[in-house]
Design a protein around this ligand. Structure first.
Ligand code: CTP
Ligand code: MG
Length: 227
């Protein structure tokens, strides 16, 4: 069986979402957003560790796991960083994932990714080193500078990218080392793997697998869940 580590970055403060409680702790249906990602992660065959970077002052996650009777020693809470990249980099140092075959990185704020998607990403990542969920874009997409259009992108070449993103462990570790060495940031993990020169396989993503960024995303996800 493929041995797996899952990193759930949860150290953000949700500036675009606003409010006092970080969005990963908002209630969705009857449970906090982050628990959807935690529960599905623990349910995947071969998962040895679920590493969750949270902000240094965060005591919410610990309390919430206890309150919801989630007591699984595969959960490892670590300290996150100022950027998502730093949070993932800290999580990568956890000894609990030092010997896994594949590492998945999945946003704590994407509650509706399916188990099937996790499994497809794991298999493709194991086979090819790096795999990410991609969906086609339906809007026309343009490059804009100072509020003027510079160019129109050929829509058939565009994909919106989701998580979970999966990598053979050494591919991700090399990419992060390379990123730190060259001060590269990126809004996802695959971009660092690309920068390190490794090919990244696209797997069909899921339209329901949205990232909760603003309050309207939470309302939309609630409506999907109640269906
Ligand atoms: N994240 C993290 N560490 C950071 C920043 C983000 O672990 N320093 C996590 C978030 O908690 C979230 C995921 O990365 O689960 C995706 O990030 P995003 O949607 O941008 O969340 P926030 O950074 O919290 O939101 P915002 O950018 O609006 O402040
Ligand atoms: Mg952010």
């Amino acid at each position: 069986m493929i041995s797996i580590g899952i990193i759930l970055p949860a150290a953000g403060s949700g500036i675009r979402f606003g409010g006092h409680l970080p969005k990963q702790y908002m209630l969705l249906g009857n449970k906090p957003v982050i628990l959807y990602a935690v529960e599905i992660s623990l349910s995947i065959d071969g998962v040895q560790s679920v590493v969750i970077p949270v902000s240094p002052t965060d005591t919410t996650l610990q309390a919430l796991l206890k309150h919801n009777n989630i007591d699984d020693d595969r959960i490892n809470i670590v300290t996150g960083g100022n950027t998502r990249r730093d949070s993932v980099a800290n999580a990568l140092m956890s000894s609990s994932i030092a010997d896994v075959d594949v590492i998945l990185v999945h946003d704590a704020v994407r509650p509706l990714a399916s188990k099937r998607l996790f499994e497809q990403i794991i298999n493709a990542a194991y086979r090819e080193g790096a795999a990410i969920p991609c969906v086609e874009e339906s809007d026309t997409t343009k490059i804009v500078s100072n509020d003027f259009v510079v160019d129109t992108i050929n829509r058939s070449e565009i994909r919106r990218v989701q998580t979970p993103q999966g990598f053979r462990r050494e591919v991700l570790v090399n990419a992060y080392n390379n990123a730190v060495r060259h001060s590269l940031t990126g809004t996802d993990d695959a971009s660092l793997v690309e920068a390190a020169g490794h090919p990244v396989r696209c797997i069909p993503g899921e339209h329901a697998n949205i990232k909760i960024t603003t309050n309207s995303d939470l309302i939309y996800v609630e409506s999907l869940l109640s269906k």
